[in-house]
Design a protein around this ligand. Structure first.
Ligand code: NAG
Ligand code: NAG
Ligand code: NAG
Ligand code: NAG
Length: 367
């Protein structure tokens, strides 16, 4: 940290002053991310028994040194890109052993876990994954750590100024309701299952608010009936229309839920956004957006499909930037960029005023 060169006595003084003059103390604005494999940046890497793993070549091939980093993508996640474009640091995985209070104060935390869902029971066959309620439980642990470090008042300020992302739901369908192997498949119908998801999500959002979250974005679902894994299950390789309709209904319900929750919770800006329409358009008209393929994974195991993950023995497409899908489930880095741009538009630009990390406009940064 910046204080590293200061002598201990002065540091104690500064700490005392900071505690007295609370208004003069400026914590950095950071993010706390709750999600599934679309936002995981390495938590599952540390869940040694989890079957939802991206710690294999060729994951990460277009990120940093090109080695697997826990992201279920060749490059960046949607949350990475949105964070970068809004001037927020990229939060490390909660289970990363190097996570410390200082790292959290500078970067926030990412609790997202491949296979996780809004419901506790979702993704059970992956053996290990963090559900949304588990992720929030871990966040409560993080709060205790930070309160011990900063004191109650400053910690509260830090958590109220932070940005929150909640991005789960597709596994509740793909790896729960639609599988037919969980009791949720036969205890609910489409409507009552979505109602149940909304009730659960609503309770979790209220809990996050009670823990200090004030600025929160919920990402909706894309046309999940068009992921390669779902297409390979239809006889003609087309999208599963029923699955897509469920995504649309989930998005409509979540949008209403967020409007409702946001008006009821004090000082809360809780917002919903999805990129369903634009992703659906890319899938139908890939050429319009500079893509060449929108129905099969860039990383695939020859004719043996679906291979559940991208494997070391898989072959990669020639130009990864031209494929909408990286593997059977997950969009490519290029598709994530498109999704992130759409979400930024939907949410309106939520820039951050930070003295030590000014956020340049994304266009000027890339030109
Ligand atoms: C979900 O799991 C959490 C523990 O992570 C538990 O506290 C909660 O009661 C569970 N919810 C339901 C509905 O079973
Ligand atoms: C808003 O939420 C409350 C519970 O918090 C519920 O009673 C009410 O029906 C909801 N309204 C809408 C329009 O969904
Ligand atoms: C909402 O904001 C006002 C003004 O900053 C503050 O007095 C109040 O305590 C806040 N309420 C909650 C629940 O955060
Ligand atoms: C950033 O600062 C400007 C002016 O100082 C203010 O108008 C704006 O609301 C602030 N934005 C946020 C996100 O705090």
């Amino acid at each position: 940290m910046r204080m590293a060169a200061v002598t201990p006595t002065i540091m104690i003084l500064i700490t005392l002053l900071a505690e007295i003059a609370i208004d003069g103390y400026h914590c950095k604005v950071v993010q706390f991310i709750f999600g599934d494999s679309l936002s995981d940046v390495g938590n599952n890497k540390y869940l040694s028994r989890s079957l939802a793993q991206a710690n294999l070549p060729w994951y990460g091939i277009d990120f940093g040194n090109g080695l697997p980093n826990g992201r279920f993508c060749n490059g960046r996640t949607v949350a990475d890109i949105i964070g970068d474009k809004t001037g927020l640091p990229r939060p490390p995985a909660f289970l990363d052993p190097s996570l410390s209070e200082d790292v959290i104060l500078e970067n926030g935390v990412n609790y997202a876990s491949g296979g996780g869902g809004i419901l506790n029971e979702t993704g059970g066959y992956f053996i290990q994954r963090l559900s949304l309620s588990k992720q929030i439980e871990l966040f409560q642990g993080t709060q205790v750590m930070i309160k011990n470090k900063l004191g109650k008042m400053e910690a509260e300020k830090f958590f109220q100024e932070a940005r929150y992302v909640v991005a789960l739901g597709s596994n509740d369908f793909i790896n729960n309701y639609l599988t037919g192997v969980y009791s949720d498949s036969w205890s609910y119908n489409d409507q009552s299952f979505i109602d149940f998801l909304m009730e659960t999500l609503g309770a979790q959002l209220k809990l996050l608010h009670s823990l200090g979250a004030r600025q929160l974005m919920v990402f909706g679902l894309g046309p999940m009936g068009c992921i390669p894994l779902q297409r390979v299950l239809t006889t003609d390789g087309s999208c599963q229309e029923r699955t897509n309709k469920l995504a649309i209904r989930f998005n409509e319900a979540a949008s209403k839920l967020l409007d409702n929750v946001s008006t009821k919770l004090a000082n809360a800006s809780f917002r919903f956004g999805d990129a369903y329409d634009v992703v659906n358009d890319v899938i139908t008209n890939p050429g319009k957006y500079g893509f060449k393929n929108s129905d099969s994974p860039c990383c695939s195991f020859g004719r043996i499909r679906p291979a559940l993950t991208c494997l070391p023995a898989s072959t990669l497409c020639k130009d990864r930037s031209k494929y909408v899908f990286w593997d059977e489930y997950h969009p490519s880095d290029s598709a994530n960029e498109l999704i992130a741009n759409e979400l930024i538009k939907k949410f309106g630009f939520m820039g951050v005023n930070q003295t030590d990390a000014p956020s340049p406009a994304p266009s000027s940064e890339e030109d």
